[in-house]
Ligand binder design. Sequence first.
Ligand code: BGC
Length: 252
Amino acid sequence: MSVILGIDIGGSGIKGAPVDTQTGQLTAERHRIPTPEGARPDDVKGVVAELVRHFGHEGPVGVTFPGIVQHGQTLSAANVDDAWIGLDADALFTEATGRDVYLVNDADAAGIAEAQFGAARDVPGVVLVLTFGTGIGSALMQNGVLVPNTELGHLWLKGDKHAETWASDRARERDDLNWKGWAKRVSTYLGHLERLFSPELFVIGGGVAKKPDKWQPHVQTTRTKVVPAGLQNDSGIVGAAMMAAARGHEQH
Ligand code: BGC
């Protein structure tokens, strides 16, 4: 059994749990610490180190970030402090935790986990995994292989608005929408993605994946099936751990 700690940095909470990367199961209850106000690198680094201490776990750690991650650097910061832009966040977390850290975009981690263990398992062709939370994250999968950093939450929709400004779960709360009203916005967004990518399947992740009965009956697309994430809101944690495990194998 290969157990790796996965940590998911979100706009409102930073969550961690050890993951059996062969089965995708969490091997202990997850622990959540609220994201520090402003989500500045030093404060977030402290929380990540605290989670590593909490689990007292040895070995590499997979960490997600809610922005573009390339070569260990964080290159965008839509919902966190601008100081992340251009930062070597992999080195920051490695130094703070004393562990080998593998950093990955949060939605990309969710996509990898859903393709292996969740709703996109054994689905051939193009699958779009979308996470709805503070923002909208996207993972574009083709036969289980990820095209990283697609950032489809930042497609322009409705005039000069990014899709996530209008259709994220935060937008639902901010605009005081009922589930049906929010699902209508999501349907418009999915309809646009459907025309651009012709996916076989949409997988909806993030906090809303825990309550599909609220939105699933109201989401309509022309021809694409829409299902909630099989791992619900744990797919980021699981995918981060899986990616850290895969990198460990590459290095040995
Ligand atoms: C970020 C993405 C992220 C998504 C969900 C967006 O604002 O640009 O990188 O995946 O939020 O957290």
